[in-house]
Design a protein around this ligand. Sequence first.
Ligand SMILES: Cc1cc2nc3c(=O)[nH]c(=O)nc-3n(C[C@H](O)[C@H](O)[C@H](O)COP(=O)(O)OP(=O)(O)OC[C@H]3O[C@@H](n4cnc5c(N)ncnc54)[C@H](O)[C@@H]3O)c2cc1C
Ligand code: FES
Length: 269
Amino acid sequence: MSQLLKAEITDCQETGPGVWVTELLAPSLAQAAVPGQFIHIRCGEDSDPLLRRPISIHAVYRRSGLVKIMFQVVGQGTTWLAGRRDGLLDVMGPLGRGFTTLTGEQTGTAAVPRLVVVGGGIGAAPLYFLLQELARAGNAQQVKVLLGARNAEHLLIHNAVKLLGFSVGVATDDGSAGYHGPVTDLLAEELQLKLDYVYACGPAPMLKTLCGMLQYAGVPGEVSVEERMACGVGACLSCVCRVKDAGGMETYRHACVDGPVFAAGEVVW
Ligand SMILES: Cc1cc2nc3c(=O)[nH]c(=O)nc-3n(C[C@H](O)[C@H](O)[C@H](O)COP(=O)(O)OP(=O)(O)OC[C@H]3O[C@@H](n4cnc5c(N)ncnc54)[C@H](O)[C@@H]3O)c2cc1C
Ligand code: FES
């Protein structure tokens, strides 16, 4: 259930070029959050900027009540946020529909499902929380993580994900680390083998390609889309997203409450 709360900032570090990780003490948020959900943050001392900024939940430590967010500095709100090393943060959340964490039964297989998790750029941020949950469920052996970035310096979460016990494949646009090319090329290799489910978050062109590949291969999955948001709770129309309903008819959904995670075959690109 979503709440309005003042979360105490306990740490803030720059972990990559313009990418920050802020740690918050927020026990009720840590208890309630599921991977893929986001928090809506007031990024200023007064009413400027007026609108809260949506940032995904990056990591959760339920026992200590800590929650982390990872964000790229792109404008006024994220610049303000990057400078906060202590104090209280005005936060609304957890919000939105998160990822479905599957069991073998749900995929129709008796065994632990074979999963691939694909992240592009800052889209890797929410996937770490998903991987924490998969690791807690003891599924690390059956999960392949594929991470793409423009270059080695901009690669995110790969070391932390290896520490969770996952096998990681890396792709960069300039070839400075791992495979030289798009991360979806690595997914194409994985699709040669039997796959039960794919989770992804990243830039829209990557997700569009990925959804096309999954449809062609007949593999289900979920993607987290990034729409501009204002209210964050379904009360305005700023985050509308075009999707197909169960009958294949095109319709619109609010990314803030019906998403940001959608079935891969649902989104109209
Ligand atoms: C559900 C959701 C989860 C998100 N999770 C994360 C996250 O974990 N880490 C992270 O770094 N970012 C995340 N974002 C994007 C983040 O919300 C924006 O980068 C942020 O709101 C920008 O605020 P600003 O005031 O710094 O920039 P602004 O001054 O508002 O904008 C600066 C530039 O960023 C562009 N921009 C702003 N918001 C978005 C957006 N939602 N989508 C695409 N372009 C945008 C603007 O068009 C402009 O060019 C998420 C967005 C959504 C909708
Ligand atoms: S952001 Fe207002 S309806 Fe989604």
